[in-house]
Design a protein around this ligand. Structure first.
Ligand SMILES: Cc1cc2nc3c(=O)[nH]c(=O)nc-3n(C[C@H](O)[C@H](O)[C@H](O)COP(=O)(O)OP(=O)(O)OC[C@H]3O[C@@H](n4cnc5c(N)ncnc54)[C@H](O)[C@@H]3O)c2cc1C
Length: 285
């Protein structure tokens, strides 16, 4: 679902950028040649979405500047899966291949830096980088992604993307039929448990405090041999991100090989909102 949303977001951003007026109509080619810092499109964020947009725009003969500071949401995950032609590759390897392909287009420039500010100008947009340089463009694409907000459970963040997982389609096969937990409560717990029970019969829901599940939901979980643990979690014991135990406030612990969680998130960059972009109630642009 998250992947599908990301894809839809990516396509709509790209379509917006492709509406840059034709160089033939605007006669902007000469202006570009005078000032190398003026681009048709600046893309903030050069991970998968930003590089995909850069390839399409570069091939459409738009001059494109991609600025990225190298902090994608999947930075900690050792291997990506379920991505045809790249199954099992490290995320950084996929990005390196994408960069090598995109940079073949002379119309595309990649910069490794952080965009700290952006403002609307009469001719489009201006961005300022952390190194103090600024660049102008007619259109701006945000491919800045989202940032997952980690719960304050010691050990959780260190395991994120390694053995604490967000998506069974991405990582479920690798931990199939193993002792698995779902860290969630109420309706989300029901939804995740139903989904993840496809990958394992050894599933426990950890509600991390009193259960918010309705009696009929509890009965349904019990019917499918999915147990519920309501103890408050103190920490996650792990080795290099690979989870060993969930340890509870009362001193008890449970061993698991994988734990699924659905985290709240924020936009990675505040620039879209500062520029006046509206967020959906879910937090997407
Ligand atoms: C832990 C984890 C594991 C995953 N595993 C898989 C998997 O196995 N298979 C799969 O298909 N999908 C997986 N995903 C989903 C996949 O990683 C995302 O769908 C994808 O990374 C989204 O790409 P994106 O370009 O939109 O955002 P991101 O990849 O998050 O990239 C956003 C980029 O924008 C940059 N940026 C943000 N603000 C600025 C700024 N102001 N200036 C400069 N640069 C900026 C960031 O540094 C970052 O590089 C996983 C996600 C997570 C969180």
């Amino acid at each position: 679902m998250q992947q599908r949303r990301a894809f839809i977001r990516q396509i709509s951003l790209l379509l917006g950028a492709l509406t840059v007026s034709s160089p033939l109509l605007s006669n902007s080619k000469n202006a570009r040649m005078k000032d190398q810092k003026q681009y048709d499109v600046i893309i903030i964020g050069g991970s998968y979405a930003g590089l995909a947009a850069a390839m399409a725009l570069g091939r459409a003969l738009r001059t494109v500047l991609v600025v990225d500071n190298g902090k994608p949401c999947n930075i900690q995950t050792p291997y990506s899966h379920n991505f045809l032609t790249n199954d099992g590759k490290a995320p950084s390897e996929i990005t390196a291949i994408a960069k090598a392909q995109v940079i073949q287009y002379k119309t595309v420039t990649l910069l490794n830096d952080l965009v700290v500010r952006s403002l609307e100008t009469t001719a489009g947009y201006e961005i300022e980088l952390a190194n103090g340089h600024s660049y102008r463009s007619k259109k701006l694409v945000f491919a800045t992604g989202i940032k997952d907000i980690m719960p304050a459970i010691p050990g959780f963040a260190a395991c994120w993307g390694i053995s604490v997982l967000h998506c069974p389609y991405c990582h479920g096969y690798e931990v199939r039929r193993q002792k698995t937990g779902v860290l969630a409560n109420g309706d989300v717990a029901m939804e995740l448990a139903a989904l993840i029970s496809n990958w394992t019969d050894d599933l426990t829901v950890y509600t991390n405090g009193p259960s918010l599940l309705m009696p009929e939901q509890m009965a349904k979980l019990q019917k499918h041999n999915i147990s519920i643990v309501e103890d408050k979690i103190a920490r996650i014991d792990h080795e290099n991100g690979y989870i060993n135990h969930i340890v509870f406030d009362n001193g008890s612990s449970k061993s698991v090989s994988a734990l699924y969680a659905r985290l709240p998130f924020l936009q990675h960059s505040s620039i879209p909102v500062e520029l006046g972009c509206q967020l959906t109630p879910d937090g997407y642009i």
